[in-house]
Write a new protein. Structure first.
Length: 258
């Protein structure tokens, strides 16, 4: 992937010079001037040296980025294995707050002609719900799936997890908890939260079914246990943006009727 990015964004003359530098046998850590001398191009124009220097620095930057991402991935995996529930709690809470912030900052202005104030209470409620639900019940279920259904990419294993998680847990527990808990945290009464759930449940359930079936198939088949909450909350970035928008639209419709 890194090499493809270099080929895509670097001019052809940079790539030709860089290939000559690689043929010279220099390592990434050595100075560019030494590589120029080894490649036998010190007598070329200053522009060639400048282009080669930029290509060398870009290669260095990409190398550092890849090393940093790899180190961050190892750190997250080790932390998640040692503290699975705490890691899931912070991961879900932060990503869900980011998803609602994106919905309010990007999606809702596209759907509404009038500018609307930032609903911080809604963002906070979604983050608290995500930290509680994904850091507790969902993480417990993900660990239990592996204990009861096994691990691996076999369809018999993955299909059992999908049936329980997407077809049972999501419509019967996750969606009701989402509307009721976030409604209570935003100051709505229990009765109002339940009525809101009834008005949105069917649409939200079918939308989540079609969204989560492919996402959870990939998650259960290819993502290791320590990163499944992270993967599912990357998907939640889009899914909860849809649910947040659906909630806001229902509120606007009620306001118009009143």
């Amino acid at each position: 992937m890194m090499r493809a990015a270099v080929r895509r964004f670097c001019p052809p003359e940079w790539l030709k010079t860089y290939q000559r530098l690689r043929l010279a046998g220099g390592q990434i850590q050595c100075s560019p001037n030494r590589k120029f001398a080894d490649a036998g191009i010190m007598s070329q124009s200053p522009s060639v040296h400048a282009n080669a220097d930029v290509a060398w620095q870009l290669r260095q930057a990409l190398h550092r980025l890849r090393s940093g991402m790899r180190s961050a991935g190892h750190w997250y995996a080790n932390t998640s294995d040692r503290h699975p529930y705490i890691t899931a709690c912070f991961t879900a809470g932060s990503l869900l707050m980011l998803s609602d912030s994106t919905c309010q900052a990007v999606i809702q202005p596209l759907m509404s002609e009038e500018p609307q104030p930032w609903d911080r209470q809604r963002t906070w409620a979604l983050g608290v719900w995500g930290a509680f639900w994904y850091g507790g019940p969902v993480k417990f279920l993900y660990l239990a799936y592996d204990r009861f259904f096994g691990v691996g990419k076999a369809w018999q294993v993955v299909s059992k997890k999908l049936i329980v998680d997407v077809c049972l847990h999501t419509p019967l527990a996750l969606i009701p908890s989402f509307y009721i808990i976030t409604g209570l945290l935003r100051g709505d009464s229990l009765e109002a939260s339940i009525n809101h759930l009834k008005s949105c449940w069917l649409t939200a359930s079918f939308g989540c079914l079609f969204f989560w079936l492919p996402v959870c198939t990939l998650n259960f088949a290819f993502v290791p246990q320590h990163s499944r909450i992270l993967a599912v909350n990357v998907g939640n970035f889009f899914n909860k943006s849809f649910l947040s928008y659906l909630t806001k639209r229902q509120e606007e419709n009620k306001a118009d009727e009143a």
